[in-house]
Ligand binder design. Structure first.
Ligand code: GLU
Ligand code: MG
Length: 451
């Protein structure tokens, strides 16, 4: 795909009668923030010189509470961060005609890439892949629940029952889902299909793979567009990973493969099992899986998915087409679709950070020529053997990440900040819901709307 230039983006905006450009970044929890700018001012000024936003955005949690932070604080005065549009990321927002959106790089007061910005973290790992001569192709699969909200504020799934992939059940939801698919396609996502998932009112809309940065931004937009369209149809969508104790969680599966210099899938010559490059890549992902868990589950709610027989993995293992493993390898002899699916992250993960973590892990596997452990076969909930267990609570995820090789690969400044945010979530959860097995009303009130 040729990169969109600022001029080409301007033409697109003119043709679509855009009046407002949203100048966007994603915060640490992947919530879109930024400025709405009249289109004329955007192309006259902001496209080149950027806009400003308080650096507080990088340390705001899902409820916009400010935590105690070593650099972003009252003492330092909450400095401005310069956000500068990357014209290649320009999109029209067809679900809100007249609006376009562009993602920005963030720069600190010295003009360097802001280390706390999740886009910066991914930029560094994409560069690391390129230095190894590989270019990652990534697809994400976010799941979500559609809910209604009663007058007393209680969220209920829109459907009372599960009807996995039914084409007969719930015709009344289709108007909203059709608008979601159209809105995602309008924003440039390659929509493949939508289906009811294995939860009441739980939905997945699949879209095609893209280069790592584009895939992260597709996923961030996906969540925003789905939430906005749901609300327009009198419902609410939530990406909270485990909203209801007794029902399926919502995952964010991430598929990765690598393209070589010729642009072809470098895993294509895998023959029934991963080729050497793919073996190293997957071995890296397994090596760093415990630390990756924090990137996949940054609050106390996400780790609640990690339970037996939930279709979320409980241990560190890999297999072929097997939905009980952590790293599910899809390999067919000669296939350009060969890839590995990482299955432990929850739907509230920040895709910039999660993808950055996966790329860092895979690169480490290649650089250190890590060996793939034996393949897992069969029901890996029932018989995990000596595979390492994944943590089932936030404290375990933080402990695995803090001071880890993953934390230093992603940057010490960023990682310390990320851990401070997670420790605050841990403290609040311990105070308000100490039960490891029950999602309570406090947790729903905290995360349903803003995940
Ligand atoms: N909902 C499951 C999870 O929490 C995943 C189901 C699937 O395999 O798509 O990870
Ligand atoms: Mg699914």
């Amino acid at each position: 795909m040729t990169e969109l230039t600022s001029e080409a983006f301007r033409s697109l905006c003119e043709e679509a009668a855009v009046h407002t450009v949203e100048v966007a970044i994603a915060d640490t929890y992947a919530h879109l923030r930024g400025k709405r700018v009249p289109v004329g001012r955007y192309f006259d000024e902001v496209a080149d010189s950027g806009a400003s936003i308080a650096d507080a955005v990088f340390i705001l949690n899902v409820r916009d509470e400010l935590i105690d932070h070593e650099t972003v604080n009252m003492e330092n005065g909450f400095l401005d961060t310069r956000i500068v549009p990357d014209p290649a990321t320009g999109r029209l927002l067809s679900h809100r005609p007249g609006y376009a959106l562009v993602f920005c790089d963030c720069f600190d007061e010295h003009g360097a890439l802001q280390e706390l910005a999740s886009r910066s973290v991914l930029t560094a790992q994409v560069e690391r892949c390129r230095a190894l001569g590989v270019d990652p192709l990534v697809a994400t699969e976010p799941e979500f629940y559609l809910c209604t909200v009663a007058d007393d504020g209680v969220w209920q799934p829109v459907r009372p029952h599960i009807k996995y992939s039914s084409l007969t059940d719930a015709p009344d939801l289709e108007a909203a889902l059709a608008d979601m698919r159209a809105g995602l396609a309008g924003a440039g996502l390659n929509v493949e299909s939508s289906n009811q998932e294995y939860g009441p009112g739980q939905i997945e809309i699949n879209h095609g793979p893209a280069a790592a940065m584009r895939a992260a931004e597709d996923c961030i937009l996906y969540c925003s567009i789905v939430k906005q369209v749901a609300e327009r149809h009198g419902m609410r969508a939530t990406f909270m990973p485990k909203p209801f104790t007794e029902e399926s969680g919502s995952g964010l599966h991430v598929h990765t493969s690598l393209r070589g210099d010729d642009g072809a899938n470098a895993f294509a010559d895998s023959d029934g099992s991963p080729n050497e490059l793919m073996s190293r890549w997957v071995a890296g992902i397994l090596e760093h899986a415990p630390a990756l868990s924090l990137l996949g589950a940054p609050t106390a709610n996400g780790p609640r998915r990690i339970r037996p027989y939930t279709f979320a993995p409980t241990h560190v293992h890999w297999g072929l087409d097997n939905r009980t493993v952590l790293a599910r390898c899809i390999v067919e002899a000669g296939s350009a679709a060969n890839r590995v699916e990482f299955r432990s992250a929850g739907a509230d993960a920040n895709p910039y950070l999660l993808i950055a973590g996966l790329l860092a892990a895979g690169c480490d596997g290649i650089e250190r020529s890590l060996e793939l452990p034996p393949m897992a076969v069969g029901d890996m909930y029932g018989e995990p053997g000596d595979c390492a267990p994944l943590a089932t609570d936030l404290s375990g995820n933080i402990d695995a990440f803090e001071g880890s090789a993953m934390a230093s690969m992603l940057g010490d400044g960023f990682s310390r900040s990320y851990v401070s945010l997670a420790r605050e979530e841990e403290r609040l959860a311990a105070e308000n819901n100490p039960d490891p097995d029950e999602v309570n009303d406090w947790e729903r009130a905290r995360y349903l709307e803003f995940s």
